[in-house]
Structures are given as structure tokens and as C-alpha cells.
Design a protein around this ligand. Structure first.
Ligand code: ZN
Ligand code: ZN
Length: 457
């Protein structure tokens, strides 16, 4: 599978759908900025661009992009999204409204930055029916090439549909020399993808969710790009950083192809979303998306490990409602989402009694999921966050997040399955102590099981 062939294509897939990749250019080159005028000029007739950045990314690449574009006769307006009290800008309804009020007339939008700046620009460009492109400044998350946006609406993390950029630009020396915690966060986000895909398989098997094998294979094809290069990523070896960047981009493209976040976001992501939401309730700072997702991946992998040992499956009663005291002012919207999920949880319970379905699930997901030992080893070797202390979170806060994360969102994940099978809440403490601390399992102590061939469904 040569992934570059995917760009700017529409094709009929074996899954029965026609897939569309509207992203036309990926430019990973030292002269990426110099190529902006020609490539942006190939997308639109007008020469008015609105450039969106934050203070840091403006200095890193925004100002340079403006100079190059103006030099070639473009009219460039720029908007610097202000930092918040707790750090960099955030992607939420308030910032969106602010940006909307500032947006001048333009032919194309250009985001210069990472997750938040890219999401804000993508969201606004979609609202205004404006083409957009992005200059990425770090390999920190996989939203660059994705069609969706993940804002907080009234404090609740949500997924909105939008359109992917027409082009992604990146300067290798900028990506390689970005603050290392950003790159390590990128690894945390990308290491999640095979396990997100396992949750997709779970939903396909138990809830007849649409599944595309071709897309799941994109995710699996990407794994060796980063998984086997943890040491090189730590050393910021340019080829390893480029491979990580590619893995992030193409997992975003996989989401664009299927039109949902299913191949790249499952139960492991809920830990990060929940920590973010707790932060919006009590004001305690949270860490970067990818750093939290790395821990979520470790947890979800340990949960899968336990599920694989269950035989035969037995269903336990679920709490009738979400924990409204815990969610405070977010309780109504969290509760609404949970209600939508309930019928699907009931379907899982019913199908669990069917041995054939259970065995199909085990066979497919055993092939798909790395062991927690392997995940921990990769994160630790790369210098990425792998303990709750690493993400600046107390054990108590992490446990609270873990015990409530299945209550958000409308789609079942492996975390729900663990509750249904009675693995949670009981196993949470043990998994935290074994896998999410530094005293946990020693590196190199266990066999390197896991698939050597991609899963087949
Ligand atoms: Zn993510
Ligand atoms: Zn397909």
C-alpha cells in the first residue's frame, strides 16, 4: 500500500462505499513556505489569505509564510489567537465566536500551528465555506489531515464534522526541533490507533457499525513507522520524526476516508477527554492530548488483556445512570449522551451470550491489540508520558477519570465492555498500580506477543 497514492483520489472500496480524499498536497520540505504561493494559488483564483496562528507559531512559521505570500502578490491578513490564563489557546465555542467576529473577507484560510489552531481554522473555514490549508509546526496529534474538529462546546468535548485541509505543509527542521514534549505527545496519540481500531472492530461485531477493512489496514500499515523506532524518536532522528509525522497524517486521512473518528479514537481517548472535561469543571490544568492518550492507550490495552482471559463471558448489571454529582454543571449533556448509548450497550449484553460472536471478537481483537507491556516499553523508551505523575495528575484524580470516562460520548468502547463483564470498576486500582506508575512492570520482563500479521475480518 503506497499511502501517497491516496492523495486527491476518489475510489470505490470493497466496503461498498466510495471514498474521497480531498487533500491534494503534503509538503514535508525545508522550502515548504516558499511553495505556499504556488500551491495555494492552484486552489483558488483570488489572492486574499487569512492566516491564523498563536503567538508562538506566528514567530516560528507564520511571519515567514506572510512574507513569502506577500512577496508573490498575496494580500495577507493575520489573526493571532490569544493565550488563555491556563496556557495556549483553546478550541471552544467562545474562541470560535471571537475568531468568527475577526475574520476578514478572504479566498482561502491558512492555519499555522498544531491541534488548536488547526481545529479552529478548520471549523471556521467549514462554516464560511472557505478552502483551507495548514502549516504544521509539530508532530503532536493526528488532526491535521482529519475532516473532523474536536472542540469543547459549553465545556463538553464534542466531535464536529468539517472538511480536511487541501494541503498540509511542514518544515522538517521545525518539526524535528519542536519542544520534545509535543513530539512525545504525537507518539502518545499515534500509538493509540491500533487499539482505537480494535474498538471499531468491537462495534462492528456487536453493533453492526460500518467497518472498512481497507482503512483499518492503513492504521496497521502505519504501526511499524513509529512503534519500532522509539529510541530514534527520543534522539530526534530526522527520519524517525518524519515517520511519526507521516503516521499522524495518514491516520488522519483514514478518519477522513471513513468520515468518522472510528479508526483513530476509541476508549483510550476517553481518558484524555474526561481529564479535559474535569479541568473545565474545576480549573485544574490538564496535559496535552497525546500525553493523556498515551496513558489511556496503556490502560485500554491492560483492559483488553483482561477481557482476553474471560471465558465464558458473563454480564454484570450496569449503574442505571451517570454520576451526576461528579459531572456537576456538565451532568445534563453527559447524561444525554449516555442515554443514546444505552440501547447499544444492551445489544452487546445480548450478543455476548452468543459464543460465535464472542469468539469472532476475541480472534479479531487479539490480532489487533498490543500488550500493555509493549505499549509501556515504547512510550518509556521514547521519553513519552507513561505514568500519572508524568501528566501532572494525582492517583486519585486519574482513578476518578478512569471510573467515569465510560459515561461520556454516545458510542460503546472497550471500557463499556469491561464494565459489562465486571472487570471494571474492580480492576482499575490494580491496573493503575501495575501499568501507570513507574514502579509497575519492569521493561523487558514479558514476552513480545502480538500479531505479526494484520487483523483480517
Ligand atoms: Zn487523538
Ligand atoms: Zn472502504
Amino acid at each position: 500500500m503506497d499511502l501517497k497514492d491516496l492523495l486527491n483520489t476518489t475510489f470505490d472500496c470493497e466496503c461498498g462505499r466510495s471514498h474521497d480524499v480531498p487533500i491534494r498536497n503534503l509538503v514535508y520540505a525545508e522550502d515548504a513556505l516558499e511553495r505556499l504561493p504556488k500551491i495555494l494559488g492552484s486552489f483558488v483564483d483570488g489572492r486574499r489569505v487569512v492566516l491564523v496562528a498563536d503567538q508562538r507559531t506566528w514567530a516560528i512559521a507564520g511571519e515567514g509564510a506572510r512574507q513569502v505570500l506577500e512577496h508573490k502578490g498575496w494580500s495577507v491578513n493575520h489573526i493571532i489567537v490569544p493565550d488563555t490564563e491556563r496556557g495556549g489557546p483553546v478550541c471552544d465555542d467562545t474562541t470560535h465566536a471571537w475568531l468568527n467576529s475577526k475574520l476578514p473577507a478572504a479566498d482561502i484560510a491558512l492555519a499555522v500551528g498544531c491541534g488548536v489552531i488547526n481545529d479552529l481554522t478548520k471549523w471556521l473555514a467549514f462554516d464560511r465555506d472557505l478552502p483551507y490549508a495548514v502549516v504544521a509546526t509539530a508532530a503532536t496529534m493526528n488532526g491535521f489531515a482529519a475532516s473532523n474538529v474536536a472542540p469543547a462546546l459549553k465545556g463538553v468535548k464534542t466531535i464536529l464534522s468539517a472538511r480536511p485541509p487541501l494541503a498540509v505543509f511542514a518544515i522538517p527542521s521545525v518539526i524535528t526541533n519542536a519542544p520534545f514534549e509535543l513530539t512525545a505527545a504525537g507518539l502518545g496519540d499515534t500509538i493509540a490507533k491500533p487499539i482505537s481500531t480494535a474498538d471499531w472492530i468491537l462495534n462492528h461485531i456487536f453493533n453492526d457499525e460500518y467497518f472498512c477493512r481497507y482503512c483499518s489496514e492503513i492504521i496497521n500499515t502505519l504501526e511499524p513507522y513509529y512503534f519500532d523506532r522509539a529510541e530514534d524518536i527520543k534522539k530526534r532522528q530526522p527520519a524517525a520524526i518524519e515517520a511519526l509525522f507521516d503516521a499522524l497524517l495518514y491516520s488522519g486521512i483514514a478518519m477522513t476516508i471513513v468520515g468518522t473518528s472510528a479508526p483513530a479514537s476509541g476508549g483510550e481517548h476517553l481518558l484524555s477527554h474526561t481529564l479535559d472535561m474535569m479541568s473545565s469543571i474545576d480549573g485544574v490544568a490538564h496535559d496535552l492530548h497525546g500525553r493523556q492518550v498515551g496513558l489511556g492507550t496503556l490502560f485500554a490495552s491492560a483492559i483488553y488483556d483482561r477481557i482476553f482471559q474471560v471465558e465464558p463471558p458473563r454480564c454484570y448489571p450496569l449503574p442505571p445512570d451517570i454520576d451526576r454529582v461528579f459531572w456537576g454543571r456538565l451532568a445534563a449533556s453527559v447524561g444525554q449522551q449516555y442515554e443514546q448509548k444505552k440501547p447499544m450497550l444492551q445489544t452487546i449484553r445480548e450478543k455476548l451470550t452468543d459464543g460465535k460472536t464472542w469468539r469472532a471478537f476475541l480472534a479479531a481483537c487479539r490480532q489487533q491489540v498490543r500488550s500493555p507491556h509493549q505499549i509501556k516499553n515504547c512510550l518509556r523508551t521514547a521519553g513519552a508520558a507513561h505514568t500519572f505523575a508524568d501528566i501532572g495528575c494525582s492517583r486519585e484524580r486519574l482513578l476518578a477519570a478512569i471510573l467515569h470516562m465510560h459515561e461520556i460520548r454516545t458510542r460503546p468502547t472497550v471500557i463499556d465492555l469491561a464494565w459489562i463483564l465486571g472487570i471494571l470498576p474492580g480492576a482499575a486500582d490494580e491496573i493503575i498500580d501495575r501499568w501507570l506508575t513507574d514502579e509497575g512492570a519492569p521493561v523487558g520482563a514479558e514476552g513480545e506477543e502480538k500479531r505479526d500479521n494484520p487483523q483480517g475480518l
